[in-house]
Design a binder for this molecule. Structure first.
Ligand code: SF4
Length: 260
């Protein structure tokens, strides 16, 4: 199925079903994906098997000047974004200057677009880096992925490329002391002939028990609405997502946002 890459460092604005009018910041290469996961549903496709040229990341100064330019353009036409979102062709916190770029972005937002929130969509694999945690604590929407509480399911859905344990992930998420939003993609299907489903009762029960431990300020749950690199994937219906959302609200005090 067809997937796509963002070919710019600053992209959009786009209308996000979860975030509103979103101006995107892509700290990854403009011609390939770079991520510490290789999710079966990733809209950017699979990680490259091998690279013919060195990975080229945008420099801090380039990000700052391009973001300034775009915010000025948007300001001039009276259409500033609801949110400036770090997303793009992979995992934004893998950029070596992530902390400094977040600092620049906060300054630009404060100068040119005071009403915009800053969001980071991250897979939470770089939280062993102090600078990444410090930066994520400073943004309004610190949105971190937790697709399952079960390692085998994470291996199927997210395919971590390095060492990954649930205990380390949960320990790292607790560093935010509740100042985070958990995002979870629910889906089902068949991978290599083996069926999986992270929305079963057993999966949801284990996932809710981790939410109780992590205590995020809210949870975003959603399902597929774009092309995926893997075949044989199915979305979870909106009614079932809403049911999961009700269960979270009943069993915890955590607010839930459901997107179909
Ligand atoms: S974490 Fe995000 S960017 Fe990375 S593979 Fe998964 S969906 Fe794609």
């Amino acid at each position: 199925m067809s997937t796509f890459l963002f070919d710019k460092t600053i992209f959009g604005p786009i209308i996000s079903r979860r975030l509103g009018i979103s101006l995107g910041v892509n700290l990854l290469p403009n011609d390939s994906k770079l991520c510490s996961f290789d999710c079966i549903y990733c809209e950017c496709g699979w990680n490259p098997e091998r690279r013919s040229s060195p990975v080229l990341l945008p420099k801090r100064q380039e990000v700052q000047s391009q973001l300034r330019q775009k915010l000025l353009e948007m300001k001039n036409i009276g259409q500033l974004p609801d949110v400036i979102t770090f997303a793009g062709n992979g995992e934004p916190t893998m950029h070596p200057d992530f902390e400094e770029i977040v600092e620049d972005t906060i300054q630009l937002r404060n100068e040119l677009s005071q009403k915009s929130r800053i969001a980071v969509l991250s897979n939470a694999t770089m939280l062993h880096k102090e600078g990444v945690v410090k930066a994520l604590k400073r943004v309004e929407d610190n949105i971190l992925k937790l697709d399952s509480a079960i390692l085998e399911t994470i291996r199927v859905i997210n395919k971590p490329t390095g060492k990954f344990t649930i205990a380390t992930l949960v320990g790292n998420l607790k560093k935010f002391e509740g100042n985070l939003i958990v995002q979870t993609m629910f889906l089902k299907g068949t991978i290599d002939g083996i069926p999986f489903n992270n929305a079963t009762d057993a999966e949801v029960e284990r996932w809710i028990s981790l939410l109780k431990e992590i205590q995020p300020k809210s949870v975003m749950i959603y399902s597929l609405d774009r092309d995926t690199p893997a075949e044989n994937l199915l979305a979870i219906k909106l009614e079932q997502l809403q049911e999961i959302g009700r269960r979270v609200e009943k069993e915890t005090n955590i607010a839930v946002q459901v997107s179909g």
